[in-house]
Design a protein around this ligand. Sequence first.
Ligand code: GAL
Length: 425
Amino acid sequence: MNAITRLATAVSLASLFPLAASAADDKGTIEVTHWWTSPGENAAMEVLRNQVKADGYTWKDNAVAGGGGSTAMTVLKSRVVAGNPPGAAQIKGPDIQEWAKAGYLIPDNGLDDVAKENNWDTLLYPTAAKIVQYGNHYVAVPFNIHRVNWLWINPEAFKKAGIAKPPTSLEELYDAAAKLQQAGITPIALGGQPWQDSTLFESVVLAVMGPEGYHKSFVDLDQATLTGQKMADAFAALKKLAGYMDPNRSGKDWNLTTADVINGKAGMQPMGDWAKSEWTAAKKVAGKDYLCVPFPGTAGSYTYNVDSLAMFNVKNKGTLAAQRDVAKIALGTQFQTVFNQNKGSIPVRNDIDMSQFDSCAQASAKDFAEASKDGGAQPSMAHNMATNLPVQGAVFDVVTNFINDKNADPAKAAQQLGAAIKAAQ
Ligand code: GAL
């Protein structure tokens, strides 16, 4: 063997060895961009991570902290622009369509086959199935259904403040807040971040306008509704509620405000049911240690938020196999149960036995089924279900500027909302 051939053999063996070594115990790697970093969210994600690993794949975690996911979406965009997309990313709602339209998600990576083999068309709630398909092909994997219009209550705090029962209308909510304040308890726990401000705002709009007005505002983006008197009323209600929040809430994470309610520093939190994941992680029991009620004035309506992982267009065979594995795991009966018990959401499959879930999840499943029949189920604006991200960003800006400005005028804010949405469309 001459020197050149010897060198060539050595180089090719060296490059083969690492591959051979990892191929023996690793069927492929999937990197996943997501924002499930709170203790409760992490516990749910761990259920998925463990199963993927048990199936022989390597999970590379690209967790980007920041509830609601705005930071994660910024990171994702820059990775894709740099030509370095992850195997999967938490992308939701109409945004999935935009990524698919731009050619980044693959309709032919085998997701359709997994879906067919596992009966997704029959098992998935139609609302969810529609969201994760592009041109009749599955491009993302749905995990759950979160309800956004909830209010989480510490019953001990209510007792101390002499509040007899959970509020069922905005008037009763103001009343309860005033009593908590008198008792020296922060009435409403809400972190000061745009997505949190708008999470409350959309529930207030739902309470003031009902599901039709909500739909006209955030799905139809109807200018007359966006700038009308009822929208001004919603801003006025938001202002009133902001007066009952911790003045030092700026930038505070949602799970830290949940902790304030858990330990009785605050009385209630308007938040989607991922908040329940924190109560669960703290070993608290629904209906005993905490109460969940529809956001006051919105019983009968249901703002939904479906979490999903979109699968990116990659060439690596191992990653493609791992993508299909994630898809297979996600819709499994056992996984749907354990994951959603940890996450606070309800299964995205319509045939899961809900008797294994707590009273809040059981109420959520029942309310979702009922609200879906008569237009009461509406996509969450604050959680990327109703609009694309530029329109959502326009709403976030107007709402957060309004909530932080004590002198802001509700009627003017409604006009600004209409104008900002028009400009973003
Ligand atoms: C939502 C997401 C939920 C939850 C929440 C807070 O947008 O859908 O799963 O994690 O953000 O991070």
